[in-house]
Every structure is written in C-alpha cells, then in structure tokens.
Design a protein around this ligand. Sequence first.
Ligand code: MN
Length: 528
Amino acid sequence: MGLKEYASKRKFGETPEPEPTPRRGEKRLVFVVHKHAARALHYDLRLEMEGVLKSWAVPKGPSLDPSLKRLAVMVEDHPFDYKDFEGVIPEGNYGAGSVIIWDRGFYRPPSAAGDDSEKQLLAGLRKGDLKFVLEGEKLRGEFALVKTGKDGKSWLLLKKKDRYATREDILGENRSVHSGRTLEEVFEAGPGTAAGQKKIEQIRLREAMESAEMKDAPLQPMPHGIQPMLATMAKVPFDHPDWLFEVKWDGYRAIAELRDGDVSLYSRNQTPLEKKFFPVVDSLRKLEFDAVLDGEIVVVDAQGRPDFQMLQNYQESGSGHLLYYVFDLLYFEGHDLTGLPLLRRKELLKRILPSSPRIRFSDHVWKDGVLFFTVAREKGLEGIIAKHSRSTYQMGGRSRQWLKVKRQPSQEGVIAGFTEPRGGRRSFGALVLGVFEGDELVYIGHAGGGFSGKDLKEIRERLDPLIRKECPFREEPKTNTPATWVKPELVCEVALSGWTQDGIMRHPVFLRLREDKAAGEVVREVKP
Ligand code: MN
C-alpha cells in the first residue's frame, strides 16, 4: 500500500502525527494498538511489515477470549514512527480526537521462521489468513486476522486458544502503556473546546459501558420508588483499612431516577423534590444515560458549608448555592449495581458523572476515619459517614455496614403533642416527642428550647389541624403543663446530651423540622 494515502489525508503542519519516513534496520517486528477517540471510539491494530505499519481499525477492540470474533477494517498503511504517536489530533483534521498507545510490543509468526519471519507474515496477509503471536504488555499469545467478504477491507480478529486465552476483559485496562494516561487525560491536556468536552463525555460513557463493573452487574428493569439505605449511629470515629469515609452532608437525602431524559427526584419519604430543587433537575436532565443515583441535596454558603436553614428556604429565597452531592450509583444503563461492593459502585459513579456546577461526586478517604472526623468538625461539617468498602446496597435497611458519626448527637422525634406556653411565650411551651418501636409510639421526652419566634408560630400553625383528643402514647407521659395531643405526623430533630436509663432524652434542644422524613421511620438512633 505504501504511505501515499497516509500522507494525502494529513496536513503535517497541523497534526502532531509523524511524517511518513520508511524504517530501516532492526530484526524484531513491532506491533502497536492505539486506542483512538475519533468520531467513534475504536482501537487500531498496527503490524510492522515492509518498513510500514499495516493497519486495521477494530471498533470493539481486541479480546483475549477465543469465542469472540472482532471486526477489523483494514485502513491505510501508517509510517513506522507512528508506533510512538500519542496525543491529540486537532479538530478539522483527519481522525480528530485523542490517541493513546494502548498496547505495544513485538510480534512474530507462530512457528519460528528466523529471517523468513516477515516473508511468512506477508504471505499470510496476501492470502487473507494471517496468523501471528503478540508479545505485548496486555495482548499476548496467538491471534489471527482472517479476511472476509469481497470488499477487501473487512477482516476478523480472533484469539487462538492457548495459555493466554481468558474470558477476562482486557479492555478494562484503559491506560496507555507508554504514559500511563487514559484517553480522557490525554484529551484534557490538549486544547479544550465545547466539541472536545462532548467527546470526553462520550469516552467516559463508552468506557463505563465496557467496565468490569457492568459485566458483573445483572441486567434488570430500572427500579422505582427506592427506599435508600440508612446508616446506624456510632459514637466515635475509627480507623480501619476496609472502610471508607465520606462527609455527612447536612441536607435532604435524595434519590434521582434518570430515564430517557426524564428525571424524578424524591426524598426518603417519597416526597417529590423536582419543583423545590428544579435547578438540580435541570442539570440531571443533561446527563445522557439512564441511572439511579443516591445523594444529598444541600445548599452551601459562601464558605462552601452546607446550611440546612438555607436549604429549607431555598425555594422562596434562592439564596446560597444549591448542590446535589452524589455518593452512590444503584443502577446504570440496564444494569442493577446494588449487589456490587460499594467501592466498585463508586468507581463507576466517578467515571460517569461529568463536571457540572450543580452535581458533585461525593468523594471519600480511605481508612483514616479519626483524622477525617477531626477535619470535618473543624470545617464546621455535621459529621462523617463510615462505609464498609465491600458493602452491597441494602434498600430501606438501616445497616451496620454504614455508620454515621456526628459532631453533635441528635435524634429525630415524632411530634405527639405540645404543652401550654408559660411566661411571655406564645404558641406553645414544649414539643412532646416520641419514636416508634414497632407499631407503637414511645415517649422520649419533650423539648422546650431552641425555637426562634418564627419557629414557634410556624410549628403551631402546622400542628393546629392535627389536634385531637386522644393521646398517641399507650401511657400518658407526665408533662410540666397540660398537653394538647396531635396526630403523630410531623417530624423534628433535636440535639441531646444523652439518654436516661428509662430511655428519656437528656437536655433535648429543638434543631429543626424534618419535612423530608416520614413519622413511621423515626426510631431511636442509639439504644439508651
Ligand atoms: Mn484510528
């Protein structure tokens, strides 16, 4: 074929690819496999013959599995020096996109042929049945290229059965053997453009689809109305090599279901959040895949600290910066990931989430929970979540594989009633609180402090329509002033300093209403 076609397609003033020069000397024959994100992502297999690189584009990439046949389309010869090319071919040029040296090494005919090696290979090429042995870093053992059809360009790339054959997916090893970089990293180092950004996302998704995670996750219809996995309260942070640690974001837990460009976003108690947090939904709608995400919606202040008050008022005030911190991936493009270990789910999640002003990957640290907790506390964060790196996702379950450690202990309580105000106060004196033990609401104390004037008024307004005669506890608790009972529906969160032996909170102080939580799921966080 020679190098005329290669040269005619390229402008060597613009592309960093090498100019055609024939090679000379050297006995061992070289092969290279480029991974190339052009219009479509593909691999290029190049075999040295007659001083040039005979080349095939392999759309699905090579495989070490002898049961797979991969289409290989013969393309123009490339110069020998192309074996060292890695970089970005600029937009507007032939094959624009990034290229990495995915694999490289030597190759030879299957039977020792000494000086006749090249002749033997050339004969195979002409016959349309080329057998060869690769000695690369990723590809090893015997392969064949077999010509099919009459167009003269279509071949099949096959792996022969030998000790290198495996069903394991070699394409998961996605880094350059030359630089250690991924296609994406090579691309990001090049000149950035909007079209380039689009291409990065394509590479990202394509690589996610090819990942071992997807192969190990069963095909399933997309689940709906998910009850998120919950963490158990732990008293102190710890260090452990099997655990990872995330920031405990102080906001609304939210599940996002993305399907065919439609987004539903809802809370733990299945309350729709699309309207309230529409800017997050707008950002999620731009993601070009089907998935179920688990994360926390927060509003951060100018220092980047989550502010729960700002979050609750976001719809009215719009102040602060709204973010969706995503920490788990339950479903992706037809595959159920809940049975995979957490760390693998997070790896896939990190790979598919593009950089977006509203959507963030909630990253983690390994094993050093104590230090991480100290740092989180210094930064004014609510606490940390410790997660076992191999934990599977247990929907709706409070698991001991996930533990939360809070800077300030707190407890959710179902509001069962309120007491009469005393002194100058209006609206009510204290909130009478309970938690569920099975179906039974059990008294845990009453909180009379921590309310702003606005809180008092607002909570009373919310409670008035719920007032009823009947006490929701089996046994009526003693209160300082007479209590008015309500239907146990509204949930609040209080800070506390501990528990008495009878299971009553010590020094409870009102923190906030929790409209994202259902009364029925409120239980004692720590056994007294
Ligand atoms: Mn190519």
